[in-house]
Design a protein around this ligand. Sequence first.
Ligand code: PLP
Length: 389
Amino acid sequence: MTTKRTYLDYNASVPLMSAAREAMVSALDVVANASSVHMDGRNNRGLVEKARSNVAKLVGADPANVVFTSGATEAAQLALSPLLQDKNSPVTLSNLYVSAIEHPCISNGGRFSDNDIETFPVTGQGIVDLALLKEMLANRNTKSPFLLALMLANNETGIIQPVQEVFAMVKNAGGYLLVDAVQAAGRIAIDMHELSADFLILSSHKLGGPQGAGALVCGRGNLKPSPIILGGSQENKLRAGTENVAAIAGFGVSAQIAVEQLEHMRKIAYIRNDFELKLSALSKNLDGRFGSLKIFGKDVDRIANTSCFAIRGINAETALISLDLDGISVSTGSACSSGRIEASQVLNAMGVDEEEARGAIRVSMGWDTTPEDTKRFLEAFASYLRRLA
Ligand code: PLP
């Protein structure tokens, strides 16, 4: 019996890369506070600034506009502020628009009051409904500026959103754009200026860096949300408190590797597509015992590492337990909602009915996934289906 587990849950968290671990361990040995002016402090400051430059490069931003946080959730809460400083003047935002498939760290609305949050829909293909969004923005009953949040790639389905088109609408209507690039970073090339994002959020552990580090990237130096954590003047006065230098150093290394490995990550699509072909063949051999296979987002742009599928009549929760016992880690929908029995909000927003959504399994791959890993998944899944029959 093999004890090696097969990890196919990279959208939940990417295992810590050894280079990131090494950077963290050596950062732990650098004494001092990164704000101290002596040499030890300056050494620590150097690690933070190197990481800032690597994170900025990952998204084509100016390092001066990168604000380190404890993760993408905190970065989102910081950006979801109805009060901004733009070109040194205060701006009050009237409301927040969020897509129906946002991660809960965005859809909770941060510091916007519940009455000021509006959700815009996605089509059955899982892409923002551009016509409806246009109409929604045209029918606003105020001319005040607003914030609109849209993810670049969805964590459950991997579907890529037309952020640039949405940006044009947002600007026409006098709004600001917040892009959740957590799942897209390191999987597709990101240029913050091409996307014209005003704010963008990132998470270290989705790149192979440590958990508990992330960043808010502002599109311009003179554009800032109002801070949540007040105190010292760290992080350009946007996030007070002594920096977690080791975590930031690990995040920086993972961001650097993510840039170098972009081409490799695109090639993961070969493994994913081959996996889906075999999954499809497997589902056709079920002699009609279950419904047909549906792969969400198969016909639209997706990040290369994600396969989210359902076979009607299969309960994903029990499939997950069976796969887990066979040494395979995958997810049903969003990992942040694991332990919850409700069907996925994302699939619900795409119009997938509850029964089908309850059968949805997400397989997400990473830089070291091999065809052997997906083969093990398919064998274990086939044996689960045989036991059900
Ligand atoms: N945004 C997306 C799309 C995510 O998938 C996640 C985590 O699952 C987050 C934000 C939150 O990131 P963090 O774990 O760094 O708070």
